[in-house]
Design a protein around this ligand. Structure first.
Ligand code: APR
Length: 238
């Protein structure tokens, strides 16, 4: 069997766990400390924007203190290796951290947005930056204040890059899910899309996810160990 050339990978917070970034639903996860309805919904933002900004400001301030781990770096190596053989890696991440970028990945679809960007609710302008955000901040594009929000997709909002994700899955030789509980849609539905198209699907996770039954192959263990191992097998295949 020829080695896969076009691979689609979906990552979740588990790929950043060994870098020291908290996952959401594990023990002591983010949602055991915060009510997602208050800090990750449009209604929560409307009710208490200062609380929402402080939630994301704290997560943004923590980014310089964490480093990409072996899994992030292996995925960047996989992207380069597939490019070299005329293939393609489409990396779709649910994560809003910048660890895939800092690990060397280039072709990244941040379907839940990015901590290091902000968005103006008045004019829609998106700006990169690591400074704390507040509602009172004036937009650099339209100069109006009162509309600044994190460039993050909240529950109830439509994730980004869904068309690109669907196109990539359509032409994939392999779909791989790494470090996600498979509990949030539409991301959790990608494996079913792949399987409906006859695309083989592999799960690399610490433990079986909620949609583990969709996968045709699986390896369980810390991403920092099992992802580099898997990448070296894929790139080692001739
Ligand atoms: N290596 C691999 N997998 C790990 C590791 C690790 N070191 N540590 C934890 N995991 C796995 C867990 O077993 C779990 O299946 O990562 C998954 C983390 O699941 P969640 O905490 O639910 O995070 P995620 O799947 O990314 O959440 C999806 O939900 O709250 C929203 O927008 C948020 O993007 C997030 C989305």
């Amino acid at each position: 069997m020829a080695p896969p050339r076009n691979i689609v990978i979906l990552t979740g917070s588990g790929v950043s766990a060994e870098s020291g970034v908290a996952t959401f639903r594990d023990k002591d996860g983010v949602w055991s400390k915060y009510d997602y309805r208050q800090v990750a919904t449009p209604e929560g933002f409307a009710a208490n924007p200062a609380l929402v900004h402080e939630f994301y400001n704290a997560r943004r301030r923590a980014l310089p203190g964490v480093e990409p781990n072996a899994a992030h770096k292996a995925l960047a190596e996989l992207e380069r290796g597939l490019d070299a053989r005329g293939g393609k890696l489409t990396l779709i991440t649910q994560n809003v951290d910048d660890l895939h970028e800092r690990g060397g990945s280039k072709n990244i679809l941040h379907m839940h947005g990015e901590l290091l960007k902000s968005e103006c609710a008045h004019c829609g302008a998106v700006a990169a930056g690591d400074a704390d955000l507040s509602l009172g901040l004036a937009c650099g594009a339209c100069s109006r204040a009162g509309g600044m929000r994190p460039y993050v997709v909240w529950f109830g909002e439509t994730p980004r890059h869904l068309d690109e994700a669907a196109d990539a899955i359509m032409t994939a030789d392999l779909f791989v899910s790494i470090g996600t509980s498979g509990s949030v849609y539409p991301a959790a539905g990608f494996v079913a899309e792949a399987r409906a198209l006859g695309v083989p699907a592999m799960e690399l996770n610490l433990e079986p996810s909620e949609n583990a039954h969709f996968f045709t192959d699986a390896r369980y263990g810390p991403a920092g160990e099992i992802v580099p191992q898997w990448v070296s097998e894929i790139l080692g295949e001739k």
